[in-house]
Design a protein around this ligand. Structure first.
Ligand code: SF4
Length: 158
């Protein structure tokens, strides 16, 4: 779904495409351990250089912000809130969730809504069209990384 403000200032939604997760299991790259040597390109059972095409997670916000030429993610907890910073096609977005309320922000917009009824509870500002697809992807990553069964470098270090 894409969101924008209509001429009367009301939110306008436009459905476009479908987001689908095909695989139950997904590998990721932990940027802090990767020097982009390319070895995994040879032994990875999937096509494409894993260090290039797998989701890249940074261990610190400073690293996430420094490597602006790389897409990737950084997750953190701020009190009871979960926050994820993500870069898609080199554009940065963030998603913060606390008590079921989501704040989704990026270049030129910042909106918040209730997870159970996003369009009915939408508030915020935007001077451009907002693509909610990235918000969904960020939320899925938060759920996966912080799942009670998940043990990974992000949850053991953060
Ligand atoms: S490029 Fe692949 S093999 Fe080399 S350090 Fe990164 S993840 Fe490991």
């Amino acid at each position: 779904v894409k969101l924008s403000r209509g001429a009367d200032g009301a939110w306008v939604t436009k459905a476009q495409g479908t987001l689908k997760v095909d695989k139950k299991h997904q590998l990721a790259n932990y940027a802090d351990f990767c020097n982009e040597c390319g070895n995994c390109d040879i032994f990875c059972p999937e096509d494409g250089g894993p260090y290039k095409i797998k989701p890249r997670f940074f261990g610190t916000l400073a690293d996430f912000e420094e490597y602006k030429t790389h897409d990737g993610f950084f997750l953190e907890r701020q009190g009871d809130a979960q926050v994820i910073h993500g870069r898609f096609e080199l554009r940065a977005y963030s998603r913060r969730v606390e008590d079921g309320r989501v704040r989704y922000a990026g270049d030129g917009f910042s909106v918040s809504f209730d997870e159970r009824d996003p369009l009915g509870t939408l508030e915020g500002d935007a001077d451009r069209e907002i693509d909610l697809a990235y918000c969904h992807i960020l939320g899925w990553l938060q759920d996966a990384v912080y799942a009670s069964s998940a043990i990974n470098y992000l949850t053991v270090t953060g």
